[in-house]
Design a protein around this ligand. Sequence first.
Ligand SMILES: Nc1ncnc2c1ncn2[C@@H]1O[C@H](COP(=O)(O)OP(=O)(O)OP(=O)(O)O)[C@@H](O)[C@H]1O
Ligand SMILES: [Mg+2]
Length: 225
Amino acid sequence: MSNRLELQEITRTFHDGGNERTILDRLNLEVDEGEFVAVMGPSGSGKSTFLSIAGALLEPTSGRVLLDGASIIGKEKQELSELRLRKIGFIFQSANLIPYLKVEEQLMLVAKLAGMEKAKAGKRAKELLDKMELAHRRTAYPDTLSGGERQRVAIARAFMNDPAVLFADEPTASLDAARGLDVVQMIRKQVREQRKSAVMVTHDDRVLSLCDRVLWLENGKLVER
Ligand SMILES: Nc1ncnc2c1ncn2[C@@H]1O[C@H](COP(=O)(O)OP(=O)(O)OP(=O)(O)O)[C@@H](O)[C@H]1O
Ligand SMILES: [Mg+2]
């Protein structure tokens, strides 16, 4: 199968006071195995909304989302969270760490929920934290981390279960230039070598050359420029 992820005619409206606003308007997207797609667009254009729908965190008003050929719309909550744990990695615009867990525990929790063996999970957590230059912060709580450190924990956590598809919402926003580039290079490496797929929302021109395709969210649709 070559199309890992497919969005078909996705529409999403929000009620805002008495008004109905259409944020996504029959949006289509196909992402292949081994493909890394960047999405750009002005603030408020619907990038996070699009990414949440693609990553099974938000239901569209209409349209279909297919992951490895199977529809993820209308699944039971339980089934959806299993799917997210096993197949999807999500890096949020804000790091979204769990306040009462230490750095290492953030990674171990998602591994445990996905049923990974503890020794294997511990080894993988250590490797990822090393890669993110976070080894020295292993036992720190999120509120004692800098913004960039928090974001790096979130990135390590998203890689923890070796997801087939990675969604990243401005993953480099709170990182310095060198670290930002490192992170995107890491995503690219995973995508290429392990035949993963990734969709990244970004405002950062410097990382676009690492992506296979750049799309713009305009008037509720994804377009090439
Ligand atoms: N739950 C919601 N209820 C009502 N309106 C919403 C909701 N979520 C998003 N919106 C609106 O939809 C529009 C798109 O929001 P979204 O967060 O997708 O934009 P974005 O492109 O990610 O912006 P940014 O670059 O600032 O992160 C915004 O006007 C926002 O206010
Ligand atoms: Mg956003």
